[in-house]
Design a protein around this ligand. Structure first.
Ligand code: C5P
Length: 243
């Protein structure tokens, strides 16, 4: 099969910049203050957001790594950057859902807040032109986005990472509703959890309520993004310089 996983190149995304790192096989992940929603239709620059998401991501990557899930994290650099492994990123957004909200509510007509008996695993094809469509596993194999064996590993690790993070957020007063992960492989085809883990990429509700502490406050104009993210950081015991 002509599978070709490509190494990520220096790249400016909507919320981050990826640059080549100081040594072979490394990259710098820089967190910008930009926030976007609806595939870039809604945009803002929120001063300090990059620092907050960097601090949250660093702590959460360490937490999952400590629980035996390999991540791309190498080390902290500064208040907006971390050093990570250079990987070939699967062009997939892997979503795990504990409760129904967002796209699954629109797509399947479920009641918002419905709790799934078992966390639900979904894959979306990372493709801006197609608006990141939900796909099934057969599509991923046909499009040669990932090998079947690799998808099995990704699924297990995503479900395990969800468990670890759900338990952690419960302990600080939040329900983890859903979360998006990205995975990639190094030269030796070892699989790592990649990307950021922040309120931009997951949904958190205050325990036992539907009050959002994540990007939904921006998507739906419900509350101030900066103070919402700062509250998450504060409950995580993080001190963000300048705030
Ligand atoms: O929109 P949807 O309900 O499918 O989102 C599921 C989860 O994935 C949410 O936590 C959302 O923040 C995250 N997500 C993301 N990046 C996207 C789409 C969704 O981080 N492009």
């Amino acid at each position: 099969m002509g599978m070709s996983y490509n190494f990520s190149m220096s790249y400016e995304g909507k919320a981050k910049i990826m640059k080549d790192g100081p040594s072979e096989g490394t990259m710098i992940m820089y967190f910008k203050d930009d926030v976007t929603a609806g595939n870039g239709k809604k945009k803002a620059v929120i001063e300090g957001k990059g620092k907050i998401n960097k601090a949250i991501t660093l702590k959460l990557l360490k937490l999952v790594e400590e629980n035996a899930i390999p991540t791309h994290l190498i080390e902290d650099i500064d208040d907006r950057s971390i050093l990570v492994k250079k990987l070939k990123i699967f062009p997939l957004e892997v979503v795990v859902r504990n409760k129904a909200t967002g796209s699954i509510v629109r797509r399947l007509g479920l009641e918002k807040g419905l709790e799934f008996e078992r966390p639900l695993f979904e894959i979306f094809y990372k493709n801006d032109d197609l608006h990141d469509p939900l796909i099934c596993q057969e599509h991923a194999f046909m499009l040669e986005l990932i090998y079947p064996d690799d998808l099995l590993i990704v699924r297990n690790r995503a479900l395990r990472a969800n468990e670890i993070l759900k338990e952690y957020f419960t302990s600080i007063g939040f329900d983890l509703i859903d979360i998006k992960f990205e995975f990639g492989v190094d030269e030796e085809e070892n699989i790592y959890l990649a990307d950021e883990i922040s309120p931009d990429t997951m949904r958190l509700w205050a325990k036992g309520t539907t009050e959002s502490f994540d990007k939904d406050v921006f998507r739906e104009d419900k509350a101030d993004l900066l103070s919402t993210y700062l509250e998450v950081a504060k409950r995580m015991g993080l001190k963000i310089e300048g705030f």
